[in-house]
Ligand binder design. Sequence first.
Ligand code: C2E
Ligand code: MG
Ligand code: MG
Ligand code: MG
Length: 286
Amino acid sequence: VLTAVSVSQKKHKLWVVYSPGLEPNADDLRLLKDFHQAGTRDFFLHYQPKYSLSDNAVKGAEALLRWQHPQLGLVPPSKFIPLLEETGFVTQVTRWVITETIAMMARHNLCRTGLVISINVSTRDLTELGFVSFMRHAVKDIDPHCIQLEITETGLIDDSERALYVLSKMNDLGISCSVDDFGTGNSSLSYLSKFPVSEIKLDRSYVYDIANNERNHKIVKSTIELAHTLGLSVTAEGVEEHETVEILRDMKCETIQGFVFSRPIPESDLIEFLKSSPKLKASGEA
Ligand code: C2E
Ligand code: MG
Ligand code: MG
Ligand code: MG
C-alpha cells in the first residue's frame, strides 16, 4: 500500500509518495521539509583518505557528504541519504557533490599527483536520464581517470540493464567504478564482475573484526581471492586496528580505508595530510 503524505510549506506543498518499505515518521518528514529549506551552505564534504598496501602510499580519498542542520547539528548521511534516495531528491545532491569534488581537485591540482577521488552515487542517479551527459560535462576539464564512482551492490542489481549501460559509458569516459558495501546485498561476485567495475569495497561489517572472528576472516580471505581471480582489486573499508591491516596485507588486499589511517577530514586537512605522505608501518618495522 502506498501512502501519500503532504508536507505543508509556506509557499507550496510537497508531495512525497512512500514505498511500502519506508514508514513515514515525524523525524523523516521534518528532515525532508528542512532539506527543501536548506541552502547549499548547510552542506559540505569531508574526504576520507585511502591507503594502498601494495604501494605503501596514499592512493586517494572518498568524498562523504555532511549536513550541518541549523537546529539538529550534524545529521549523518545514513539518516538523510536513504530519504533522499526514496524521494528522488538525491540526484540533485549527487550533482552538487560531483561538482564540488571536481572543483576541489582542480583547486589543488590533485589529478597531477595520480590520486583517485571517489564519489558515492545511488541507484537513482544511474536511472536519471541526464546522468551520462552530466558526467561527460563534469570531467571535461580534468583527467577522468582520477575520478571513481562508488555504487552499492543493490544499485547494480535493482536495474541491472540501466546500470550496465551507464557503467560502460563511464568506462568510455575513463571514469572507473567500484562496488560499494560489497557483501551486504546477497549477490554473487561472479555476477557483479559482469559489470564494468574494477574494484569491490568489502563492507565494514565483514572487515572490522577479522582478527577475532574466524567466519569473517574466511569470508574476507576467499572474497579477496575470488575478486583477484576475476581481475578485480579490493578495498577493505572500516579498518580500525593495525592487526587488521597486517591480516589484509597477508591476504593481498590492495587498498584499505578506515580510522586506523584517517577519519573523514575537511579539505584543508586533506591537503596537509597528502603533503605529509603518511605511511602505515609494515609488519616487522619499528
Ligand atoms: P560508505 O560509502 O560505505 O562510506 C563509508 C562510511 O564508513 C562513512 O560513513 C565513513 O565515515 C565510515 N567509516 C570509514 N572508516 C571507518 C572506520 O574505520 N570505522 C567506522 N566505524 N566507520 C568508518 P558516513 O560518512 O557516515 O557515510 C555513510 C554512508 O552514507 C556512506 O557509506 C554512503 O553510503 C552514504 N553517503 C555519504 N556521502 C554520500 C554522498 O555524497 N552520496 C551518496 N549517494 N551517499 C553518500
Ligand atoms: Mg562509499
Ligand atoms: Mg562503503
Ligand atoms: Mg559502508
